[in-house]
Design a protein around this ligand. Sequence first.
Ligand SMILES: *Cc1c(COP(=O)(O)O)cnc(C)c1O
Length: 448
Amino acid sequence: MLNRPFTSKRAPIYADVPDEKWNSWRWQLSNRINTVEEFEKVIPLSESERKALSAPGLFRVDITPYFVSLIDPDDPHDPIRKQVVPTAAEMVPFTAMMEDSLAEDRHSPVPGLVHRYPDRVLMLVTTQCASYCRYCTRSRIVGDPSATFSRAEFELQLEYLKRTPQVRDVLLSGGDPLVLAPKILEEILRRLREIPHIEIVRIGSRVPVFLPMRVTTELTDMLQKYHPLWLNIHVNHPNEISLELAEACDSLTRAGVPLGNQAVLLAGVNDNLHIQRQLVHELVRMRVRPYYLYQCDLVEGAGHFRTAVAKGIEIMEGLRGHTSGYAVHQYIIDAPGGGGKIPVMPNYLISLSDHKVVLRNYEGYITTYEEPVDYLPSHAAVYTGEKRAEPGQTGVSGLLEGEQMFIKPEGFDELHDRGGVQHRLKDSRKWVPLGIGPGEKEKPTSEE
Ligand SMILES: *Cc1c(COP(=O)(O)O)cnc(C)c1O
């Protein structure tokens, strides 16, 4: 296990495929497997898998010959198999299950553009992938060619970006942007680069994992014309790390594309500290920085993949301090209802008093940090430059910056009015902070 060499695999039925075909991404895509008959030639199916594959309305199935070859056919619990071969468990509903659990479509000013955060957008450029993950968070559109985005919609996305200067970061996703025809992908990158306020472009892709042969010199030569470009891959288990993936990552890194990994915490796949440690260690050996570990979303078909949040905390507890900081991802719950990503971790801050902080480390060592008693925000803390616009989204940081004094749930004021009428004691000046927020500029007189 330690420092294991990265290796290649090919299922016996592909033994006679000539190398030029095997190493061609076009051949891999057109020979993907998705039927009971095709599967049976590679892995003996269980009753549950056979039932799922024959079920109507099943989320699309497609697996590249390369990726299916990484499955151990004799192991019904193979961690790669569980990610891509459907089972009847997908058809089981669960409490709080949703079609669009992140409310992405609500955050879309135009189809396919999700503008959730102040300075960055998620741009869905296709609904197609090289293979389909059974726990897909976007299964409502992914895999469905009829749900894909039209050229007219692409133009609308660009128009929105042009007129929204607060966006400095565009994250291309889908579907998988790297399955697009190379010319189309290049056009997207070129058109984005024409927009002056877009500082970085990122790609989220599982192509290096499902179809590493797609990472050709032609592709990396094209990508490096559009720097600064970042790319996140998606590896969940060390078994996905092959010689081919390592080579694809090496080519991308040499082309100057910093690589990150986004994994999903999946029951029966990687819900184990030791698997996660091996995973992050092998990733950093390939110069891939573990970025996020996601709690599985409340999405249809993914119920059986969900773990307790405690499992994620336990994994983070076993990583931080125990291994290189570079190998430690952030554990994220993407808030149902569209709240966005929320990092969660064990508590390291144990207690506080004035000027003293009590902390514990990964070993359980408890220490105090003595704070200065004479600290005053210095000159450096006074920022006179321009502040980035975050209309309506300054959040808790805005509270600290003194832009507002509270964040209230919708309907809070009305509820606390208790249906009362305006009377002699009710003067809204009393509860508007003096010298902070809107109270300063336009001192409200009594309501009505
Ligand atoms: C994940 C995501 C992003 C990017 O988030 P980072 O934390 O910056 O990686 C942007 N927009 C949406 C809608 C997302 O879901």
